[in-house]
Design a binder for this molecule. Structure first.
Ligand code: OFO
Length: 174
């Protein structure tokens, strides 16, 4: 496997692992603050990021490279409120998108069209994740400090998922 592409894929493995840790911390914080719907959403999102990482690990090894399992990073323990949680989530996803775009760029420079093809799955995944995070943030801003609204928001988020396209079928019923 091309060494530059291999290094970029290993960087991405680290980023997906750190996304999984970050969302796990958000899940735990939500659970401790009575936001069980949000906690469920974040636990499942954390699992999804682990799946993104594993998909990369397997790809690197199958293509003759060496996947490096990254060390576990300590994510934040406290968050100000739900708006803060989703703002951080969106910022994080934006930085992951930049890293995926960089990976695409390296694949093209190195003429590694197989990896380029593989990475396209992540390109569409990032589009969906950023769009859903923006939609959730817009809802939260509309709700403002309304407690009833927040209760409904948390309940609806329980059934949401980051996976489907964030159009009408986003799975988010808010
Ligand atoms: Fe792996 O999609 Fe978010 O980070």
């Amino acid at each position: 496997m091309n060494t530059r592409v291999e290094a970029a894929l290993n960087d991405q493995i680290q980023k997906e692992a750190s996304s999984s840790q970050f969302y796990l911390a958000m899940a735990s914080w939500s659970e401790n603050n009575g936001l069980n719907g949000t906690a469920k959403f974040m636990y499942s999102h954390s699992d999804e990021e682990r799946f993104h990482m594993l998909k990369l690990v397997k790809f690197v090894n199958e293509r003759g490279g060496k996947a490096i399992v990254p060390p576990v990073e300590k994510p934040p323990v406290e968050f100000n409120d739900l708006v803060n949680v989703f703002e951080l989530l969106l910022q994080h996803e934006i930085s992951v998108t930049e890293s995926i775009n960089n990976l695409v760029d390296i694949c093209l420079q190195e003429k590694d069209y197989t990896t380029h093809n593989f990475v396209q799955w992540y390109v569409s995944e990032q589009l969906e994740e950023e769009a859903l995070a923006r939609m959730v943030l817009d809802k939260l801003k509309l709700i403002g400090g309304d407690k009833g609204g927040m209760y409904m928001f948390d309940r609806d988020l329980e059934n949401a998922t980051m996976q489907p396209a964030p159009s009408k079928d986003s799975g988010y019923n808010g």
